[in-house]
Write a protein that binds this ligand. Structure first.
Ligand SMILES: NC(=O)c1ccc[n+]([C@@H]2O[C@H](COP(=O)([O-])OP(=O)(O)OC[C@H]3O[C@@H](n4cnc5c(N)ncnc54)[C@H](OP(=O)(O)O)[C@@H]3O)[C@@H](O)[C@H]2O)c1
Length: 281
């Protein structure tokens, strides 16, 4: 079987390729992106979501493909890329298409940050013969990235107290590999989550303990968060994307805990403390 990973040279894509290599020595792995890398047992192919003609060649002959959306936050871009990738995979006759999506995906219009995932999920369900969706919770690694500024200001901020079931990127990768290497996942929507949801106060305390500095959770108004980012010179579309994620947090979109990582990966998800500690060394 030929298994493609589209978006393979990014953080998540590399982790998925590593998982596929570690878990199988039978199937061929094809790593696809604009700057693909070939390695032992892995064929690199050029495939650009913004140039659909390249995807026809990239997806040719694949039995299964894992589609990883890009980090392109410009309004409309990622939704169009997701739709183009799905159309190309269907046209290429890929038998089973697996889409990485996000927790809490629901009907949303552009430029909402979640619209790209909604558009991708809808296109997949409507056009692919065999599909699986793996919705990611918020990365534990992304929380670790916030630790430095939180340690400096003493504050981890959000619009309201909220709960998030942070998941390690390696766990998402292991779950995705489990889907394409296993059976019985067609038509399923899974949620890759950590084992527990953490309140703002709980995760601030965890970060404080790891970095050895006081950090408290503080609810701040939307305008204060947006104003702070504008002062840092960030473009509007990035500010709106970050605010959109914080709004999703406040609405409980990421307060979803499932056993899907263990079911798909065959091992329990990593503990949030362990992922944070490893990333904050
Ligand atoms: N849930 C969360 O907490 C969370 C946190 C961070 C990210 N994410 C999302 O998770 C996904 C993967 O994250 P990541 O950290 O792995 O992202 P990443 O490191 O930025 O990787 C993105 C991948 O997409 C490829 N790519 C970019 N533009 C492309 C295009 N036009 N056509 C084809 N491939 C393209 C890149 O490779 P080339 O440059 O070689 O094309 C790369 O392989 C993204 O959707 C990101 O927004 C979620």
């Amino acid at each position: 079987m030929n298994i493609g990973v589209s978006g393979a040279s990014g953080n998540l894509g590399q982790a998925i390729v590593r998982e596929l290599q570690a878990r199988n020595n039978v199937h061929k792995i094809i790593a696809i992106s604009r700057t693909p890398k070939s390695s032992d047992g892995v064929e690199g192919r050029v495939g650009d979501y913004d140039k659909p003609e390249t995807l026809a060649t990239a997806y040719a002959g694949l039995d299964k493909v894992i589609l990883i959306p890009t980090s392109d936050l410009r309004p409309g871009m990622r939704g169009s890329q997701n739709e183009a990738a799905i159309a190309a995979a269907v046209a290429a006759g890929v038998k089973h298409i697996v889409l990485l999506s996000a927790a809490g995906t629901r009907e949303q219009a552009e430029p909402a940050i979640g619209a790209s995932y909604w558009r991708g999920e809808q296109a997949l369900i409507k056009t692919a013969a065999q599909w699986t969706i793996l919705r990611m919770n918020y990365y534990a690694e992304a929380l670790a990235q916030e630790a430095q500024s939180a340690a400096q200001s003493g504050m981890l901020t959000g619009f309201a107290e909220n709960k998030v079931a942070f998941v390690g990127r390696e766990d998402v990768a292991a779950a995705a590999a489990g889907i394409v290497l296993g059976e019985g996942h067609v038509g399923a929507i899974y949620n890759a989550t950590g084992a527990k949801s953490y309140t703002g106060a709980e995760r601030a305390a965890l970060l404080a303990d790891i970095v050895g500095k006081p950090i408290a959770f503080a609810a701040i108004p939307v305008d204060a968060l947006k104003g702070g980012m504008a002062q840092m010179g960030l473009p509007d579309f990035v500010i709106n994307a970050v605010a959109g994620i914080q709004q999703d947090f406040a609405n409980g979109a990421f307060d979803v805990v499932t056993g899907d990582v263990e079911k798909l990966a065959g091992r329990a998800p990593q503990d949030l403390r362990d992922v944070l500690a490893a990333n904050l060394k």
